[in-house]
Design a protein around this ligand. Sequence first.
Ligand SMILES: Cc1cc2nc3c(=O)[nH]c(=O)nc-3n(C[C@H](O)[C@H](O)[C@H](O)COP(=O)(O)O)c2cc1C
Length: 286
Amino acid sequence: MEGEPVNVNEFQELARQALPKMHYDYYTGGAEDQYTLKENVEAFRRITFRPRMLVDVSRIDFSTTVLGYNISAPIMIAPSGLHKLAHPEGEIATARAAAVSNTIMVYKSRDVSAQLVQRAERNGYKAIVLTVDVPRLGRREADIKSKYPKHLIILLLAAIKAVEVGVAGIVVSNHGARQLDYTPATITVLEEVVHAVGGKVPVFLDGGVRRGTDVFKALALGAQAVLIGRPAIYGLAAKGEYGVRKVIQMLKDELELTMALSGCPSVKDITRSHVRTQHEKFHSML
Ligand SMILES: Cc1cc2nc3c(=O)[nH]c(=O)nc-3n(C[C@H](O)[C@H](O)[C@H](O)COP(=O)(O)O)c2cc1C
């Protein structure tokens, strides 16, 4: 590969060259057979576009608001810990890149302290703290069980219960396919979760986002923004702070082009009818 990397996959290759094999394998790997790891990426590829023509797209605005923060694009950085393995400045370099890119870094509650949030604010980047807590099942259990396939039941009940107990938002995530293998790809269950939550709180997605087209697809299926895990680590490992910024910028550029070619001047213009899922293709054949 000559010159500057032009997409996330090229950054992955540079990260592979830069990192000790053990570290690289740790970041890229998934659980057991790595079925879910592959599916997180492959499932995006099975979604196609229905572009609109004759829309004025001379100005594209992909800025958005997430939980009261204005950010430059619907892309945030997922918590992955252990940034130090990828780069000596690790966390700090990623945080600076987030600040410069006007992006949000998301943390898990068990990794953070009040100091971290204060530090984030002092350094000009925004930190959102997630609480990892699987709520107990709610009373709408029977309803949901009659409507949805088995693998979705826990997810939907957890989402509904989480809304009932007052969470600010929900991230549809399978931990980057690092925990239970053979859970479905996150993008394939997003829409059901969005319906179950019914607009009461914003829904976010992570897992397998590697292209601006993936960001567009997640937004079309109801996510308010996406989080990236490994892509930020690849950028960090390959080129430090600059690399993380470059990864975010490439995804923004790709999203901008996708919006222009799909006839969507702003994120609000991205709707369900702009994409076609495997499920719809199957039904149209019957
Ligand atoms: C090396 C690594 C470590 C991670 N550690 C955690 C963790 O400690 N807690 C957690 O909730 N998620 C963890 N994740 C999952 C990320 O928060 C995120 O869900 C995932 O990376 C998104 O998928 P992607 O890497 O395909 O973008 C980790 C991911 C990676 C790659």
